[in-house]
Ligand binder design. Structure first.
Ligand code: IPM
Ligand code: MG
Length: 366
């Protein structure tokens, strides 16, 4: 089959990790007889440098015309990069938020899974890790604090800033349905995370999630306050199957979940709307501190490409092939620097490799 893929390499380590994911996609195309056509567009800091804005109409159009978009990461060092001297709506992140909104990508799936081989890189104690864990974070992506009205102005002689957290029932219902649908294909448990002891938006969230749950009698629903969820993620991550939550809580909890799996360099993600279209990107940032050194972990991006094959192209066999190639490479003891064992004594049992070699190894294990 033939597919059009929009490619946004972005900033920092973005170009390095996307290049490896494309290499793996090309190897899949060869092996399974498909054709992937790439169209590269700019977004984020590189778009600011080229066009003065983080997101152009052309980028939106190319993405809309593609079957799916593969993305790296955007943004720079927020203390030192000149991009952060620009007004907020001209900064790299505004490009990403604008693109999510323009493509209506309201459902963000972030699977956090502990590979057997990476137990050594996990910062948790062995008795907490047990036989590992496997959760799916379903983050709402086009509402909440990220998209509410915001302003900074002087009130009674004091500089005052306001950000607004808004959700309507439809926005909550559609993401809740996605969460329950995914749970039906997994261990049939949904933990809905909110702050209903304080926020109105969370109280509405809870009410609508309970309504949606009525249609899924086989799924066990529990509610958890976000502060407790942050604690439970490191205390007993095994308890989670699907974590359903709003935009900001999902941003924070997914970074935490990724560290629990060993490294943010392992966490893939899919941002979906209500069609087959999706934007696939690693959950981690652009890591400007290590950009250009050839040491970034490309696995999260490669696994995001696998999600693209599965969710947008219905190529399950091909997605399985990528996921098992990643497992094989880890089994063979190859590690990028971020997933090296924490214990120095255990480092001699594995071999440290760079970004490119990791991509090559995954291709040769397909
Ligand atoms: C993420 C990132 C983005 C977010 C930033 C870059 C705007 O942290 O995808 O998790 O907060 O959504
Ligand atoms: Mg984040």
């Amino acid at each position: 089959m033939e597919f059009q893929i929009g490619v946004i390499k972005g900033d920092g380590i973005g170009p390095e990790i996307v290049t490896e994911a494309q290499k793996v996609l090309d190897a899949i195309a060869d092996k399974f007889g498909h054709k992937f056509n790439y169209q590269e567009v700019l977004m984020g800091g590189c778009s600011i440098d080229a066009y003065g804005v983080p997101l152009t109409e052309e980028t939106i159009e190319v993405c809309k015309k593609s079957d799916a978009v593969l993305m790296g990461s955007i943004g720079g060092n927020t203390s030192t990069s000149p991009w952060y001297k620009l007004p907020p709506e001209k900064r790299p992140e505004a490009g990403l938020l604008g693109l999510r909104k323009a493509l209506n990508l309201f459902a963000n799936l972030r699977p956090a899974y502990l590979y057997e081989e990476l137990k050594e890189a996990c910062p948790l104690r062995d008795d907490i890790i047990g036989d590992g864990f496997d959760m799916m974070i379903m983050r709402e992506l086009t509402g909440g604090l990220y998209f509410g009205k915001r302003e900074t102005k002087e009130v009674d002689g004091l500089m005052t800033a306001v950000d607004t957290l808004t959700y309507n029932e439809e926005e909550i219902r559609r993401i809740a349905k996605r969460g329950f649908d995914i749970a039906m294909k997994r261990r049939k448990k949904v933990t809905s995370v909110d702050k209903a002891n304080v926020l109105d938006s969370s109280r509405l969230w809870r009410k609508i999630v309970e309504e949606v749950a009525q249609d899924y009698p086989e799924v066990t629903l529990e509610h958890m306050l976000v502060d407790n969820a942050a604690m439970q993620l490191v205390k007993d991550p095994k308890q989670f199957d699907v974590i359903l939550t709003e935009n900001m809580f999902g941003d924070i909890l997914s970074d935490e979940a990724s560290m629990v799996t060993g490294s943010i360099g392992m966490l893939s993600s899919a941002s979906l709307n209500d069609t087959k279209f999706g934007l696939y990107e690693p959950s981690g940032g652009s890591a400007p501190d290590i950009a250009g050194q050839g040491i970034a972990n490309p696995i999260a991006t490669i696994l995001s490409a696998a999600m693209m094959l599965r969710y947008s192209f219905d190529l399950d066999k091909e997605a399985d092939a990528i996921e098992s190639a990643v497992k094989s490479v880890l089994k063979q003891g190859c590690r990028t620097i971020d997933i090296m064992p924490q214990d120095p004594a255990k480092r001699s049992a594995v071999r440290q490799v760079g970004t490119e070699e990791m991509g090559d190894l995954i291709c040769s294990n397909l």
